[in-house]
Design a protein around this ligand. Sequence first.
Ligand code: HEM
Length: 323
Amino acid sequence: MINVDNLFGAVLVVWIMVTSGIRFGADGLRMDYYIMSCPLAELIVKNTVNTALQSDPTLAAGLVRMHFHDCFLEGCDASVLVDSTKDNTAEKDSPANLSLRGYEIIDDAKDQLEQQCPGVVSCADIVAMAARDAIFFAGGPVYDIPKGRKDGRRSKIEDTRNLPPPFFNSSQLIGMFGQHGFSAQEMVALSGAHTLGVARCSSFKSRLSNFDSTHDVDPNIDSNFAKTLSRTCSRGDNAEQPFDTSRNTFDNDYFNALIRKAGVLTSDQTLYGSTRTRGIVSSYALNQAMFFFDFQRAMIKMSLLDVKEGSQGEVRQNCRQIN
Ligand code: HEM
């Protein structure tokens, strides 16, 4: 006869396994992936990120962008971290990646993890955790991500053509993000990462002169803000322009800037210029909680793009080199 207490116990165990993300297969990503093999993994990454950002808060932006550029090419597999060799020019040496920052933070976390639990924690997981911790450090939403990504064995400069260029319009952005399974709303939420950090003059100077056959300056820029951008560019191609008024704080100010026509990149301003995305920008500008909620969900989704599991990848010994 079935004992009701035992049945209840069995149902409870299954329920706990399901809700805590414990899967039944050997592979698979899980929230508690490192609980037995490296229980301090999350803590080590968080402490490393916090220490680094306390001395240089501008690096939060670098870590978030690094995660995006990793996931959009070959999936979230740390391909962005690989150094070029004499036989291979890697992603990081593409013009689109030259201003990526924060590699030392990943190396530092990896060194500590290799001492604690050698060969266990992938560089891809470190990048994903570091981006999440950077967002929280900067005042953004807190969220948990499944772990268990494996590191990839390919990193090629030519793959970086699949990163969105700063001159894309809203339809082109919707198309490119759609190829990765994101809705227009998720694309706008993810673009809100531009609440952190800067763009260099070279990324927006085409908006300031000889813009098109009828306009010298992009008509979608507020005239005072165009002067601000020009002043920045008077200091050279590498001069930095913050995306919003609080470059190290994660908030919804970026969306308010777009409404003021003070978006830095064409791809930023187009989100408000286009009827397909304007309403989403307005909602996020009005409602920061809604932006945070959508952003963290879209980031978790991004962190799962084309992840490699099991023998599809490896755990690199050194994040800069394929084993
Ligand atoms: C929607 C399409 C996007 C385009 C066209 C784009 C383009 C750019 C460009 C051109 C820069 C400045 C690079 C430079 O001048 O050095 C930049 C910076 C940045 N991007 Fe994006 N981006 C996009 C989406 C995203 C997403 C989805 C994220 C993250 C989830 C992100 C995070 C960042 C961050 C944080 C920075 C500042 C980096 C720093 O200060 O070091 N971007 N982006």
